[in-house]
Design a protein around this ligand. Structure first.
Ligand SMILES: *Cc1c(COP(=O)(O)O)cnc(C)c1O
Length: 488
């Protein structure tokens, strides 16, 4: 329908608004009903780029239905659907409905969380959630935090606060993180002007957890060489293995060296609400800061994440007063004083609606369910003679590969890459790839509480069946799905 008011949200167009949103929801639900066991179609970057490039943005369609139909061709027909159990590659979750209700309100009202005079009650909803999360961590009075765009931003801000606490010259500052830690720690070091060399990778043990003896040795070495330990980053749930570093031991070493202790719980933070596994995070309360991605193990839409700090005063390192926004003598509580961002979406409302409708236990039970599933899948995989499991799962990932006898590393790398590409190209399953100690592996990341053991074993069967076929295929460049130079 063509609407005179379609570009504005105004009382006069409430009827238009409801119709347009209803149309959009119907369109989406139609697509969801259509996916039926296919998480993707395997569209190539080339096809996708060509379709999008053909759109002339200077010629509007002027009508919602046509725009939605066009969008189906450009995106939705070939989208990646995370509610499908066979989408098992990334830490991107299926989302809960209360959070989607919140999304309607977040964008419709368009509060901005930088200042109280742009958000009113939203400021206190965010603060209440921060206090609640801090209490779950086990922080005492004086704790604080802020919602962020994701673990990457939380890690950056945590390290910025850590740097703010130091007086030593920047070129001597060092950050210690597990060799399996997230690359956003390196990016943060670079952003902060510390340089790539500032991050000292610490060896992991056989279960892929940071080895405290190795951390102790790395700290001692660094100090002996003139380094100043600025921060120790423990990971609670590494991206590949879900490994949770030994938090109490790491905390003790960080404290002994006067370093800021940050816990990157972007992945494992969901354990804060797990009815059965909260104790896996023991020691997290000893940290100076924690990153939690609600958009991973809390089943929230991207993006929804937070940085929590033990001592709220440390957030002062990001405070800047501007006369036009948050003057020093402002009588209002302004969240911008604690954030790297200025204009900021009310992402916290998604978590709020989820907790108010479903409750924390329901969220944690979902996470427990996917951890149980990962254990069950790993037990099956371990019993398969042609499958090599890299390590027992710790959260909800399983790193494994198809491994027929008598093949060298290069052959196994080729076969497993070909398996993954074929499943993607044919739109049958989305499986991840990673490298472990220089060897190529596949990875299942399970975040769908509705997925069953049978669903995931079906993916494993696809892997084995493709592997058997591809193991002896001639090495040839693949015709579809190859990297295309022009794709941006
Ligand atoms: C995903 C992840 C991050 C990055 O978080 P984003 O929300 O993607 O920015 C950081 N650390 C770990 C351990 C992660 O799994």
């Amino acid at each position: 329908m063509r609407r005179p008011w379609h570009h504005l949200f105004h009382p006069a167009n409430a009827v238009d608004y409801r119709e347009a949103v209803g149309l959009t929801v119907d369109h989406l639900v139609g697509h969801v009903a259509d996916t039926a066991g296919r998480p993707l179609t395997g569209i190539t970057p080339r096809e996708s780029a060509e379709r999008v490039a053909a759109i002339d943005l200077d010629r509007p369609l002027g009508e919602e239905g046509e725009a939605l139909a066009e969008l189906s061709r450009l995106w939705l027909d070939d989208a990646i659907w995370f509610h499908e159990p066979t989408a098992a590659a990334h830490l991107n979750c299926p989302v809960v409905i209360p959070a989607l209700m919140a999304e309607v309100l977040i964008s419709g009202v368009n509060s901005s969380l930088d200042t109280f005079d742009q958000s009113a009650g939203a400021t206190f909803i965010e603060r209440h959630l921060v206090d609640w999360t801090a209490a779950r961590i086990g922080y005492g009075a004086g704790a604080d935090g802020i919602f962020t765009t994701g673990g990457t931003q939380s890690n950056l801000q945590a390290l910025l606060l850590a740097r703010g606490q130091q007086v030593a010259p920047v070129d001597r500052l060092r950050i210690f993180a597990s060799a399996d830690g997230h690359f956003s720690v390196q990016k943060a070091a670079r952003t902060l002007g510390l340089g790539d060399e500032a991050v000292v990778p610490v060896a992991v043990d056989v279960s892929r957890r940071m080895d405290p003896a190795a951390l102790g040795a790395a700290l001692a070495d660094s100090v002996a060489g003139g380094g100043v330990p600025m921060a120790v980053v423990a990971t609670a749930g590494t991206t590949d293995f879900g490994a949770i570093d030994p938090l109490p031991e790491v905390a003790a070493l960080a404290r002994a060296y006067g370093a800021w202790f940050h816990v990157d719980a972007a992945y494992g933070g969901g354990l804060l609400v797990s009815p059965r596994r909260r104790d896996w995070l023991e020691g997290i309360e000893l940290s100076d800061s924690v990153a939690v991605d609600f958009h991973k193990t809390w089943f929230q839409p991207v993006s929804c994440s937070a940085l929590l700090v033990r001592d709220g005063a440390t957030l002062g390192h990001v405070t800047w007063h501007a006369d036009y926004l948050n003057p020093k003598d402002s009588a209002h509580p302004n969240q911008v004083d604690k954030s790297l961002q200025t204009t900021r979406r009310f992402e916290a409302l998604k978590l709020w609606m989820t907790l108010r409708v479903m409750g924390a236990d329901a969220v944690g039970e979902h996470l427990d369910t996917v951890i149980d599933l990962a254990d069950a899948v790993a037990a099956e995989l371990t019993a398969m003679p042609d499958i090599d499991v890299a390590a027992a799962p710790q959260l909800s990932t399983i790193v494994f590969r198809y491994c027929p006898p008598g093949r060298d590393e290069a052959a196994l790398a080729r076969i497993n890459a070909a398996i993954r590409a074929e499943l993607f190209d044919e739109g049958r399953a989305l499986v991840a790839a990673t490298r472990v100690d220089g060897r190529s592996y596949l990875k299942l990341t399970l975040l769908n509480p509705v997925a069953t053991l049978a669903d995931i074993l079906a993916v494993v069967e696809m892997v084995r069946e493709a592997g058997e076929r591809l193991a002896d295929a001639p090495v040839a460049p693949r015709p579809r799905g190859e990297r295309v130079a022009v794709v941006r």
